[in-house]
Structures are given as C-alpha cells and as structure tokens.
Design a protein around this ligand. Structure first.
Ligand code: PGA
Length: 240
C-alpha cells in the first residue's frame, strides 16, 4: 500500500483530482466504482469543476455506485445514488446509461446483485473508497469474506450510528446492498481516502495492524496497486 499524506485537506483533494484527470485522459473508457459519504465530497466538487472547465471528461467512462442503503423512500436524498448524482454525476458529461446503481427495492435482490456483478464484468479500472470507523469498505463490514460478491448486508451498530448524519430524519437504514470485497480487491487500481481526525485510529490500524478480515481495509495491503490518501489529521498517527 502506497501511503500518501498531505499537510492540508486542499492539497489532498488537489492531488486526487489531478491523478483522476490523468487516469481519464489515459483511459477515456475508465470503469470506476465510487462511494458516497462525506469523505469524497471535496474531491467530487473538484472533479465537477474540472469537467466544467473542460479539463476532464467522463463521456466514455462508466461509473458504478459502491453501495446503497435499504429501507428508505426511493427519492430519499440520503440514498447513495442521489448523493453521487448531486455531488458528481449531474455535473459531469457521463451518459446516463453508464451510471450504474444498486436498487434495494427490486423484488429479487439476489438476482439484482448477480446482475450487477455481471455488469461489472472483468472488473474495475479504478475504485475509490472511504473507510468506516470499523474499517468497513462500502458496506463490507468486519468479517466480510475477501471473495464476497455484491449482496445484501446488515449494517453494524456503529455504521448505523455514523450513517445518521446523512439523513434529515430518524429512519436510519439498518441494511443495504454493497459491491463485495471480491470486486474491490480485483480492481486494477484502488484509492483509499481518509480525512479528518476521527479516522486517525482506524488508518493507523489499517496501515500498521494485522491484515485480517476483522478490518476489511487492512486487506488492501495485499493489493498490488493500492494507494492510501490521507490528510494530516487522518494520517496523524502514522508518523512514528
Ligand atoms: P464517510 O463514510 O466518508 O461519511 O466518513 C465512510 C464510510 O463509512 O465508509
């Protein structure tokens, strides 16, 4: 795992956006998997700005949403699909037909998840990930099998608690659908992103602790092309 630590959040954002523009330029048909959450918000704003300035194009690319919350109204603004649309998709030139998302309201969720894995096909070129306070990736909670497929999952208590900030109501989701660790670990390139002081502990464990499914993010240390991008706060315990 290549660890990149930045002195400021703005430098962290600028570097990720610059590399992302480069990947799109080198491979216009880039197949990406993207998270929602608060971590990538500034990066998505930077990429939206780049697209508006003509410095980045998603015209030939594909984007798959990493996960989706279940048990919400279809138009709930906290759903991953809507958050990603607001933060990035609506601001860039990605054709609507190449934005893939998970729908927890379909009658046959298992079939839907299998079809998602089929659409992913031979894997992602680039996967962006946030990290949960317990090391989860997407909704792959601690204990998820490294070869897990896209599937329905129950969220851990701490995940439910921390997801509450995404919603303006009390009906915080207890379950969701997530791309599995199999597709995460098979992605050609993975960028694990973390900012802010709350992530310092789990980042330290991820980089220095045991490689074990009890911390899904630690499994990325076995990936051949994974970079961890942290700001000074999230990387604050990595120095010594
Ligand atoms: P956050 O969520 O980006 O909102 O901190 C990360 C996660 O729980 O995966």
């Amino acid at each position: 795992m290549n660890v990149l630590r930045f002195e400021s959040e703005s430098a962290w954002i600028a570097c990720v956006c610059s590399l992302w523009r480069d990947r799109l330029q080198t491979n216009p048909g880039l197949k990406m998997c993207l998270p929602s959450g608060t971590t990538p918000a500034g990066i998505y704003a930077g990429m939206s700005k780049s697209a508006r300035a003509g410095l980045a194009s998603f015209a030939w690319a594909s984007v798959f949403a990493l996960d989706e919350f279940g048990g919400l109204a279809p138009d709930d603004p906290g759903r991953t699909r809507h958050t990603l649309q607001r933060q990035l998709i609506d601001a860039v030139d990605l054709p609507a037909s190449r934005f893939y998302f998970l729908d927890p309201d379909v009658p046959d969720v298992n079939h839907h998840c299998t079809a998602y894995d089929e659409a992913i096909g031979d894997g992602f070129d680039l996967m962006l990930l946030g990290i949960g306070l317990n090391g989860h990736l997407g909704m792959n909670e601690p204990g998820s099998a490294p070869d897990s497929p896209t599937r329905r999952v129950e969220l851990h208590g701490s995940t439910v608690q921390s997801a509450a900030r995404y919603f303006a109501h009390q009906n915080v989701p207890q379950w969701g659908l997530t791309v599995g660790l199999q597709a995460v670990l098979a992605s050609k390139e993975v960028w694990l992103l973390a900012n802010g002081p709350a992530k310092a502990g789990i980042i330290q464990q991820t980089v220095r602790g045991e490689i074990d499914p009890s911390n899904p993010a630690s499994l990325l240390r076995r990936h051949e092309n994974c970079s961890l991008f942290v700001d000074a706060e999230a990387g604050g315990l990595l120095l010594d």
